[in-house]
Design a protein around this ligand. Sequence first.
Ligand code: 4NP
Length: 152
Amino acid sequence: MVCLGNICRSPLAEGILKHKANAAGLDWIVESAGTLGAHVGEPPHKLSQKVALHHGVDICQQLARRFEAADFERYDKLYAMSADVLEHMQEICGKKFIAAKAALLLNELYPGENRSVVDPWYDGTEPGFMAVYKEIEKACEAIVRKYRQVTA
Ligand code: 4NP
């Protein structure tokens, strides 16, 4: 799960997908990273922590790290929260970018529409973070449904 800072959107996506995969009995390794280096080592934004806890998902122990090209070797699927993030990932990886492994998260929910998860960092309000949580949650539900069918 990749966003810009790895403090607002992708920590939520990591926490939510881990939670849903566990509940579905799927043995997945789910992690997150950011394409910017600005917040490396920081915990998730207070409002990401708060809206996650409100839904029973604890992301307080996460620490931000920077996305790197080697992540394409480590993971089977890499979800970008937004189009600018996907572009950054391509810039960072160059020839190591594997298009078949990368996707916009919301294309799991709205196939082919190339929608981006709005970045709540700029608005900075709890309703903004709550709306982002709900959207990411729906996308994660779609992912678990899809792969549970494949592996069943
Ligand atoms: P995120 O939000 O990508 O969802 O973690 C942001 C956090 C920080 C910044 C940008 C986006 N920043 O520019 O510092």
